[in-house]
Design a protein around this ligand. Sequence first.
Ligand code: SF4
Length: 334
Amino acid sequence: MQLTVPLEIEIREEAKRLFANMRHLDYSMSECMLFAPITLKINRLKKQKNAVILAHNYQRPEILFGVADFTGDSFGLSVEAKRTNADLILFCGVVFMAETAKILNPSKKVLISSLEAGCSLSESITAADVRKLKALHPNVPVVTYVNTSAEVKAESDVCCTSANALKVIEAMPGNEVIFLPDIFMAQNLRKQTNKQIHSWNGKCIVHEIFTKEQIMSYKKQYPDMKVLAHLECRPEVIEVSDLAGGTSDMYNFIKKSTAKRFMLVTECGMSDLLRARFPEKQFINPCAVCPYMKKINLENILGSLEKEKFEISVPEPIREKAQSALDKMIAIGK
Ligand code: SF4
């Protein structure tokens, strides 16, 4: 009985830590008390195993504020994965992101807590498709968005993220690029570059649902708000937005802006994260949920860490080629 008292105190302290951030997202202290025992266990296990948790901005608040060591977009997490001294990396995101961490850290064990965390963009294209495109456009550099499998990255000259896609395209030699796999991102980038872009018909199931009409009706209601849209959105949505970019671009825009009201045209997790980071700002939420990102939860994170299950592996010849494409992207930077 005496032993349970300190644990209860620890759980209460952990719940207070969670509540400090999550109260801005309307979580109550009693809800945080439910998360606290499991976040405590995960954080202890991380220390025991010298593990690090990298969490994408679209993850659930209890993951972002409870157990993540680093949060960010694909680019930031790729850099962090390369920099870490941890023996074990647990990736809270989707499978292609965990693969990216493994590609950059071949000597480290990389886990993902659910192998069902796929991605409609990543699944839209195979390595054989890329080879066919290369045969159709010989000697044209292949720029591949990081939301792709290791095999597709291995067929590419360079990778990019939504934060640096334009910079990477501009850095390529010649006047043409093959840009894969997001059709809307390719259409949006065509408006910003003189290079000819050959595209693929991949789409993000989250960002394709936003419409111009939806954005315009919110704008009518809140004329002072700034609209920040993800580059994976349709071109007509981007046209009526104040910013088109990745999630890190959204964060930086809000940090510098004197505006009080913002609408994020992206996955709900990003709005939650920014509402907690900027409690003095107001966020209008037309958000959509990524069902793949939400396959990750505290219970399967704990199970994966405890048993070190769902390890990511990438065959060495593919890993080496994919690493070369990622290294070139990191060298080009944002
Ligand atoms: S939000 Fe879209 S691009 Fe990101 S993981 Fe989900 S389906 Fe893929």
